[in-house]
Design a protein around this ligand. Structure first.
Ligand code: ATP
Ligand code: MG
Length: 559
């Protein structure tokens, strides 16, 4: 991994102060995903932040699955989450935990609170509890069961654990303050009954802890020092602190930061699941998805995602980040790394009428002008070639410097050619160009003759055919959730995937493997699709075009 840069932001300020004042001796963070979906780019930001801070301070970062809700969680998600974190380049070493590992301790902690008179079993229904809770402007009312004796509460809580109640018959609540202006402190529910087996604890439990009850105590058990979460938990912080104070156990500090929102996509796992289950996309790893697995399949590098996370930094207020910034980070990385190749997506045949039939030349091409150590390769050249259809215009505007009737253009790494004749089919479509080449103009031969345009090509006899998938934004609007009247799925971009068949590729690409990345000259960055590769089919995904609008965006967003 690259050198650890010292980052400074409002979180490091808090940490520096905590260390200086001796509140904590070291830094220990955690990433706590709920295994109810695949990770997305927002999670990537949180991963980079938590693991990054641990690295920066020579501390540790745990991976903890927040698996307190038995109904929604699946093993498939656990595995994908682990794979994604590793792929991003982070390592939890031997610190892989599950909140469900702590169910016994949490139960004992709850008993401790009951004994202190700080928790009680409430026999109201969920509806009644909700009704009595009040609103931000109306104080709550105490439950008639609030003053049950410690003995009775202990007995009832044990019965809850032993499965002697039906779901919804009773809950365990913290006894705090029903008139608190903070609704989270109005006797929050700690445990509810769910007669549902759990992916790890099986049928052992039928009471499951609520997030607020499980989270802080899990942090404490693991010796976490800084529990970093997103802004919606700011109002939960007093409750987070209350539990730890009442239990008198190790007390981590909760710090909130703004969640990442990205333009032209949705980020909530529930919404992403809707896209998957409704068949709007080809699974969680569809290359148009903002999931880490989708970005990986699309061709993103872990470095580009980490650089993106660094670049956007951490904020205390919610913002919308332009997806173009993510693409900028990608181009910056791939420009240094990607092997160049020539590929023709919409082929138009050309024949060089003065080039000997049957002759083949091997021309030299540079693998990566940014990195001479990547060397050169031989590209076969012959009498029949393919060029991009859009590189020829029969009736071009003035500043068109590519091929036109009677016009000249340079073929990259090869010769200057001239268009002598346009061949059309009976419907008037251009099907072939007959050209001549100038043998004196071979690239690298010292020829001084110059023309304005250079285009890419492949040799017709050597090229191989493959499918290329072009992607565009999944949604047509910046914020698909902004319109409260309409379902976000109505804004799906119908042209977000275009499949091009019969593309002509430079021969060496035949041997490309799943995940290999290339720059197709003048066209963009492409990557071998891993899902199709497994099925024995070579499909190249366009990761990004070469176009770079970053300068404009940087100005707009003041970055
Ligand atoms: P979602 O709302 O997308 O389903 P979540 O918050 O429910 O996400 P969790 O699995 O609970 O997902 O999140 C794990 C960690 O990732 C949490 O610490 C959460 O704060 C953080 N996280 C989730 N979404 C984002 C985001 N968009 N930006 C930054 N951090 C995020
Ligand atoms: Mg969550």
């Amino acid at each position: 991994m690259e050198e650890i840069k010292k980052k400074e932001n409002f979180i490091t300020e808090i940490i520096d102060k905590d260390l200086a004042e001796g509140r904590y001796a070291k830094v220990h963070t955690r990433f706590p995903p709920e295994p109810n979906g695949y990770l997305h780019i927002g999670h990537a930001k949180s991963i980079c932040l938590n693991f990054g801070l641990a690295e920066q301070y020579g501390g540790k970062c745990n991976l903890r699955f927040d698996d307190t809700n038995p109904a929604k969680e699946e093993e498939e998600y656990v595995e994908s989450i682990k794979e994604d974190i590793k792929w991003l380049g982070f390592d939890w070493e031997d610190r892989l935990y599950y909140a469900s590992d702590y169910f016994d301790i949490l139960y004992d902690y709850a008993v401790k609170l009951i004994k202190k008179g700080k928790a009680y079993v409430d026999s109201l229904s969920y509806e009644e509890i909700k009704e009595l809770r009040g609103t931000p402007t109306r104080p709550g009312k105490e439950s008639p069961y609030r003053n049950r004796s410690v003995e009775e509460n202990l007995k009832l809580f044990e019965k809850m654990k032993n499965g002697e109640f039906k779901e919804g018959e009773c809950v365990l609540r913290a006894k705090i303050d029903m008139s608190s202006p903070n609704l989270n402190l109005r006797d929050p529910i700690m445990y509810r009954i769910k007669h549902v087996p759990h992916h790890r604890t099986g049928n052992k439990w039928c009471i499951y802890p609520m997030y607020d009850w499980a989270h802080g105590q899990s942090d404490s058990i693991e010796g976490i020092t800084h529990s970093i979460c997103t802004l919606e938990f700011e109002n939960h912080r007093p409750l987070y602190n209350w539990f730890l104070e009442q239990l008198e156990i190790h007390h981590p500090r909760q710090i909130e930061f703004a969640r990442l929102n990205l333009s032209y996509t949705v980020m909530s796992k529930r919404k992403l699941l809707e896209l998957v289950e409704g068949g709007y996309v080809d699974g969680w790893d569809d290359p148009r998805m903002p999931t880490i697995s989708g970005l990986r399949r699309r061709g993103f590098t872990p470095e580009s995602i980490r650089n993106f996370a660094d670049r956007i930094g951490v904020a205390k207020r919610d913002t919308m980040i332009d997806v173009a910034l993510l693409e900028f980070s990608l181009r910056e990385d791939l420009n240094k790394k990607a092997q160049r190749a020539m590929a023709v997506l919409n082929p138009l045949k050309i024949t060089l009428i003065n080039y000997p039939e049957g002759k083949t030349e091997e021309l030299e091409a540079v693998n990566n002008p940014e990195d001479p150590s990547m060397g050169r390769r031989k590209v076969p050249f012959g009498r029949e070639l393919f060029i991009e259809r859009t590189d020829f215009m029969e009736d071009p505007p003035k500043k068109f410097f590519r091929l036109k009737p009677g016009g000249e253009v340079r073929l990259r790494y090869a010769y200057i050619i001239k268009c002598e004749e346009v061949v059309k089919d009976s419907e008037g479509n251009v099907v072939e160009l007959k050209c001549t080449y100038d043998p004196e103009t071979k690239s690298g031969s010292g020829s001084t003759r110059k023309v304005k345009g250079t285009i890419h090509w492949v040799s017709a006899n050597h090229a191989f055919e493959a499918e290329v998938h072009l992607y565009d934004r999944l949604f047509t609007v910046e914020d698909p959730l902004a319109d409260k009247e309409r379902d976000f799925k109505e804004f799906i971009n119908p042209n977000s995937l275009v499949k091009l068949k019969g593309c002509k590729l430079e021969p060496f690409l035949k041997n490309a493997k799943a995940g290999d990345r290339f720059q197709f000259e003048r066209l963009g960055y492409f990557c071998v699709d891993s899902k199709y590769f497994k099925k024995g089919k070579l499909v190249f995904n366009r990761t990004a075009t070469l176009r770079d609008t970053w300068a404009k965006i940087a100005k707009k967003q003041n970055l």
